[in-house]
Design a protein around this ligand. Structure first.
Ligand SMILES: Cn1cc(Br)cc1C(=O)Nc1[nH]nc2c1CN(C(=O)N[C@H](CN1CCCC1)c1ccccc1)C21CC1
Length: 318
């Protein structure tokens, strides 16, 4: 019912649905105060059922993640029947569709994207999380043609740190690491590195290294770890794929080694930057934001009109 949308409609104009997934849908919306476009992920609690913990996992994770290649969570609104997550809007859609539209990417374009993926995953691991569902559908393209990582519903933050083993078998089969589908206890960050190997292969080839419509045959192919090497792959690409798609997790390259890997640094002359670019500068913009939040908290309507220059100030995320 519309009364459930009341709180959302106070601050946002809500437009069309731009995505539908299992237990949620995403609508395009516009922040009234700033005019900024946002994407609202809407979930019905009844439909969620036992998936409700996934949403709490995703919200808890995203509230602690602030990085130039991780989709920003702006606001969470909970009503008796629904949960609304107000997230950054990416007009470029999913990386998956972009790869399909181009058949496959040239090595230089794949390098630009893969550096951003490595930067995001290194940051997420640095915060103690494993994503566990890395795939091109979970990477969005923003208005500057940069990638943003989404869908943290399956991520894990093991109590004893990332070294400790996880049990849940999850994520998408074609991107799942051999140790994960074997049902053994596995280390989330190592499984993420395997998925990044499948992702890099998809970027460079336009199809999957391990594929079969029969999931048991697919699992056997993953455990075997053998994949096609199309003629267009360079020897340096082949070498990096080989270091990521190691069936034995201890043989697999680590995220730290990946940040300085020659395939990623060539043509850039610099390592991949994994630190978040966002830091609070307690300047005028921060003051206005925090004052607005306080005004709203005290029930007084936020009023920006007296400071037109604020609307022109762009947050400099230095
Ligand atoms: C598809 N598309 C085309 C254009 Br143009 C923009 C978009 C678009 O979706 N942009 C966009 N901006 N911000 C977001 C999105 C999509 N989006 C998403 O969160 N999209 C995911 C996509 N998942 C990938 C595998 C399964 C579902 C989603 C999750 C649940 C229900 C529907 C969609 C957010 C909110 C973070």
């Amino acid at each position: 019912g519309l009364e459930e949308y009341e709180e959302l409609l106070k601050d946002y104009d809500v437009w069309e649905t731009i995505g539908t997934g299992g237990f949620a849908k995403v609508k395009l919306a516009q922040h009234k105060l700033t005019g900024e476009k946002v994407a609202v992920k809407i979930m019905e609690k009844e439909e969620l059922g036992e998936d409700l913990p996934r949403v709490q996992t995703e919200i808890a994770a995203m509230m602690n993640l602030s990085h130039q290649h991780v989709c920003t969570l702006y606001q969470v609104i909970e009503t008796p029947k629904r949960i609304f997550m107000v997230l950054e809007y990416c007009p470029g859609g999913e990386l998956f569709d972009y790869i399909v539209s181009k058949d496959r990417l040239e090595e230089c374009e794949a390098r630009v994207f893969f550096r951003q993926i490595v930067s995001a995953v290194a940051y997420v691991h640095g915060q103690g999380f494993a994503h566990r569902d890395l795939k091109p559908e979970n990477l969005l393209i923003d208005e500057n043609h940069n990638l943003k990582l989404i869908d943290f519903g399956l991520c894990a933050k093991p109590k004893g740190g990332l070294e400790c083993r996880l049990q849940t078998c999850c994520g998408s089969p074609a991107y799942a690491a051999p140790e994960l589908i074997r049902g053994k206890a596995y280390i989330g960050s190592e499984a993420d590195l395997w998925s990044m190997g499948v992702l890099l292969y998809a970027l460079l080839c336009g199809f999957l290294p391990f594929d079969d419509e029969n999931v048991m045959v697919l699992y056997r192919k993953i455990q075997r770890g053998k994949y096609e090497l199309p003629s267009w792959l360079s020897s340096s690409s082949i070498q990096l794929l080989n270091q990521l798609l190691q069936v034995e997790p201890k043989q697999r390259i680590s995220i730290k080694e990946l940040l300085v890997h020659p395939w990623l640094t060539q043509e850039y002359g610099c390592d991949v930057e994994c630190h978040s670019r966002f830091t609070w500068k307690y300047d005028h913009l921060t003051a206005c934001y925090l004052i607005l939040v306080a005004m709203k908290a005290s029930g007084r309507p936020p009023c920006l009109l007296s400071s037109p220059q604020l609307l022109t100030e762009r947050p400099d995320h230095s």
